[in-house]
Design a protein around this ligand. Structure first.
Ligand code: NAP
Length: 235
């Protein structure tokens, strides 16, 4: 029987690569989306999965998703937004919104879907953090804090649910070419590339490969870990 996977933010750059990869590995994939229904629908058709309206900041969306997907084997908490600017200039409301999506959203989705996993004594959760959650980024303070929170969340939940046969890990991408980084100028991009020891930007498939590994049987003895996918940018 194929495993069932839910990928939040499956409509985005990294999320869609994760959906494609998990489907190629034999999973039935729910492509989560918040506003990009058409993109999610097209991807779901392409990979033989199903689009799933799942605004991770909406308790009612999470509840409805759990009713639709009552037997979830894999949850990938990938949905995320960024906020760029000086910390003291970011309005409280935008900071709170970012936390509600990047951190609280991942925690609330996990809280809901882990119940199904505990009942079956198996399952995998992968949280998509960021190298900025490990090192901190100037002008992305709220984002860095949310991603650092995801790392702490991963470690604590991994310890709590390991006795139930559930593994929880984290992937920490570096600079990956997606919509999220589309605001950088060519000059900025050239400077950023100089800081990447492998000399190339990451692609969504690099993150998807790491997720696929962590949910596979090859990683059956790995839990509570942070797998960095950053071309050597943070070592
Ligand atoms: P992206 O292309 O901008 O995609 C973002 C995704 O998040 C979209 O699918 C979007 O869905 C979804 N999303 C936004 N708000 C949401 C909400 N309230 N509920 C559910 N989904 C929501 O960005 P990306 O680069 O693929 O980023 C994916 C993840 O990787 C994020 O967590 C990001 O922080 C992390 N990351 C990215 C990089 C990078 O360099 N790109 C590096 C490190 C970590 P809709 O379009 O449907 O609204």
């Amino acid at each position: 029987m194929p495993k069932t996977a839910i990928v939040t933010g499956g409509s985005g750059g990294i999320g869609s690569a994760i959906c494609r990869r998990l489907a190629a590995d034999g999973c039935f994939v729910y492509v989560g989306y918040s506003s990009s229904a058409a993109k999610a629908g097209a991807l779901a058709d392409e990979i033989g999965g199903k689009a799933l309206k799942l605004d991770v900041s909406s308790p009612s969306d999470i509840e409805a998703a759990a009713k639709m997907c009552s037997c979830t084997d894999i949850l990938v908490n990938n949905a995320g937004v960024s906020e760029i600017g000086l910390f003291h200039c970011i309005p409280d409301e935008r900071s709170r919104r970012l936390m509600e999506i990047n951190l609280i959203g991942a925690m609330n989705c996990s809280r809901t879907f882990v119940k199904q996993m505990i009942a079956r004594k198996s399952g995998c959760i992968v949280n998509i953090s960021s190298m900025w959650g490990q090192t901190g980024a100037s002008c992305e303070v709220d984002y860095s804090a949310s991603k650092a929170g995801l790392i702490g969340f991963t470690k604590a939940l991994a310890k709590e649910v390991a006795p139930s046969g559930i593994r929880v890990n984290c992937v920490s991408p570096g600079f990956i070419m997606t919509e999220m980084n589309s605001h950088f100028s060519d000059e900025d991009l050239a400077l950023i590339r100089e800081d990447i020891p492998l000399g190339i930007f990451g692609e969504p498939r690099h993150v998807a490969d790491a997720v696929a590994f962590l949910v596979s049987t090859q990683a059956e003895y790995i839990t509570g870990q942070v797998l960095a996918v950053n071309g050597g940018m943070v070592i």
